[in-house]
Design a binder for this molecule. Structure first.
Ligand code: F6R
Length: 342
């Protein structure tokens, strides 16, 4: 990556399979009740997307509600029978800490997922379980660590069927996808997509609600790594509003670069919707591309398509000649907020 990636974001993306394997083992020691009233994941940004992934992954398998909280406040249904994961890589994110304190006060079973900070301290003081993550990684590059320990804990605790094979497959498939798609690979689609996005606004659509968190992750990574604006939405909901928005001036539409994220298991009806929508709405778009997740298990499918988006974001940073690692706007905002509390 040369000069524009001095802190090695591409290398971190390429280490996703290693992170996946290690993250899986970290969740094994967590003790959870087999039937909580609800599973709640608190987390913001790079530490919150793991909750979105968890919800998508378990929609068909978990008989209790799975909720993701990206707020200072918890929903009223969180009670002492709830299982709450408080995820903050740094351990110092104020929204996460506030909601975590609330969960503790309500007597819920709380598990802190963090590399340190106030979250680690508070969990220790309260005698609550902690999944301690390796330090020194930008939170968004630590995605497997803020996602897979929760899956592993639920699987080893009997809340969902055993998933060791699925986790193994996910790491293997992600490794293969990264190998094929890394920007220096001969026919990397990730490199081609970064070319399509360069100078345009990426529009990331998931063809199925199952891949919603993947579409969001693509957008987030384009924001933070490539320092560019991007939007995401999902089928079938976008057919009921945003499709009409494609009636915008054709000259404006040429600045939009669409990518549709497909799941090999998506229904024929959803695939038909995408085809009709392409025909009806995307005629003036600057580019239209489609990417399909790899692997057979849900975990592999979610993580493989995320891996491609991560590569696209880093390659777009290279094309834009920006350093993918620092996020000074986020740091400054947190600094000013903490100053205003003193
Ligand atoms: C930084 C990043 C951010 C942070 C977010 C919350 O790489 O992706 O979105 O994840 O500001 O901070 P943490 O993860 O420390 O709770």
């Amino acid at each position: 990556m040369g000069d524009h990636d001095p802190q090695g974001m591409l290398d971190l993306v390429l280490r996703l399979p290693v992170f996946c394997r290690q993250a899986w083992t970290l969740g094994r020691e967590v003790v959870v009740a087999a039937r909580p009233s609800a599973i709640v994941v608190i987390g913001m940004g790079g530490s919150g997307i793991g909750g979105d992934l968890l919800r998508a992954l378990f929609l068909d398998d978990v008989p209790v509600p799975v909720a993701v909280v990206k707020d200072y406040r918890l929903p009223a249904f969180v009670d002492r029978a709830a299982l709450v994961f408080a995820c903050s890589y740094s351990g110092n994110t104020e929204e996460t800490l506030a909601a975590y304190d609330d969960a503790s006060q309500r007597g819920a079973t709380c598990v802190a997922v963090t590399s340190g900070g106030a979250l680690r301290d508070r969990a220790a003081q309260r005698g609550q379980q902690t999944v301690l993550l390796p330090p020194g990684i930008p939170p968004r590059a630590a995605l497997p660590y803020v996602f897979l320990p929760m899956v592993s804990a639920l699987s080893h605790g009997g809340v969902v069927p055993p998933m060791d094979d699925a986790a193994h497959e996910a790491a293997e498939v992600v490794a293969a996808v990264l190998n094929a798609e890394r920007p220096d690979a001969p026919s990397s689609r990730a490199r081609a997509l970064a070319g399509a996005f360069h100078g345009r606004i990426p529009v990331i659509y998931s063809a199925t609600p199952f891949l919603e968190p993947a579409a969001q992750r693509w957008k987030d990574q384009l924001n933070e790594n490539a320092k560019t604006f991007a939007v995401w939405n999902t089928f079938p909901e976008l057919n009921h509003n945003e499709t009409v928005g494609w009636g915008l001036d054709a000259a404006l539409a040429t600045h939009l670069a669409v990518v549709v994220l497909h799941d090999p298991h998506e229904s024929d009806r959803l695939r038909r919707r995408v085809d009709i929508t392409k025909d009806l709405a995307f005629g003036s778009a600057g580019s239209v591309d489609e990417v399909t997740a790899a692997g057979s298990g849900k975990l592999a499918r979610l993580l493989s398509i995320i891996a491609i988006g991560d590569l696209v974001s880093v390659d777009l940073a290279r094309r834009r000649e920006v350093d993918p690692t620092p996020v000074p706007v986020i740091e400054e905002l947190k600094k000013r907020l903490s100053e205003s509390r003193r």
